[in-house]
Design a protein around this ligand. Structure first.
Ligand code: ATP
Length: 236
């Protein structure tokens, strides 16, 4: 089943056109990566799926429903959760409080408690630091917290924007492992990364985005081996 699909989506910021006929498809169970230079339209793609930014034309569907004109909270309630660039941890709240916030739209408090337990099992470093203020965590730990918080909402699909931003290579690898684990536990993933090499290692399929549309697609291994990708994004 197709989990998320963009068909010919156009997005404008005033007179600036950010998406020009964007068409992508994420199948259930996949990790799909969007690669591309600054300004290519990767973040806009995620924000449009989240309904933070409105599509001018085209169609977006999620798990079989048309969400082109949905409201942001309807998208979240449907199970599509966005982890934005920059993590947006509440620095004066504790790790536990940050996680709890991920479940604020979830009516079933039992489900939230169960997911808190699951997140602590999956990310033991968050369990150890549950009473510590979010702002005192390292960059990598804050990224784990942002992912953990998104999991409390019970997503069918996670969209992650630049999770490796500003992290040391060893920590980037750890974050990628966590994303792989989240996916192995049944969550479909759409990943935006400047760090193409790290992303492609865990990617089922990737798209190259240029000028607001896709210009190339392939499996992770295909893209890692493609000379055009190596030259443009992997620093040959
Ligand atoms: P980056 O990695 O730098 O975030 P990106 O591929 O995610 O790049 P977008 O942020 O989606 O690219 O930007 C796509 C285009 O839309 C760019 O030309 C950008 O300048 C423009 N843009 C993005 N956000 C806005 C905004 N709020 N107002 C006006 N123009 C915007």
């Amino acid at each position: 089943m197709s989990m998320l699909e963009f068909e010919n989506v156009e997005v404008f910021y005033g007179k600036i056109q950010a998406l020009r006929g964007m068409s992508i498809r994420v199948e259930e169970g996949e990790i799909v990566s969007l690669l591309g230079n600054n300004g290519a339209g990767k973040t806009t793609t995620l924000s449009t799926a989240s309904a933070i930014v409105k599509a001018h034309s085209g169609r977006i569907s999620f798990a079989g429903s048309d969400i082109t004109r949905a409201k942001p909270w309807e998208v979240v309630a449907g199970g599509l959760i966005h982890v934005p660039e920059g993590r947006r941890i509440f620095s004066t709240l504790t790790v536990a409080e940050n996680l709890q916030l991920g479940g604020y739209l979830v009516k079933d408090r039992g489900a939230v408690a169960k997911r808190m337990k699951e997140v602590y099992e999956m990310l033991p470093l968050l369990a150890e630091r549950r009473s510590q203020q979010g702002g005192t965590l390292s960059g990598g730990e804050q990224q784990m917290l942002a992912i953990g918080r998104a999991l409390i909402a019970g997503p069918r699909m996670l969209m992650l924007d630049e999770p490796s931003m500003g992290l040391a290579p060893l920590i980037v690898a750890q974050v990628m492992e966590v994303i792989k684990d989240v996916n192995a536990n049944g969550t479909t993933v759409l990943l935006v990364e400047q760090n193409a090499r790290a992303a492609l290692k865990i990617t089922s399929r990737g798209y190259v985005i240029e000028g607001g549309a896709t210009t190339m697609t392939g499996t992770g291994p295909e893209l890692l081996a493609d000379s055009r990708i190596v030259e443009a994004y992997l620093g040959a």
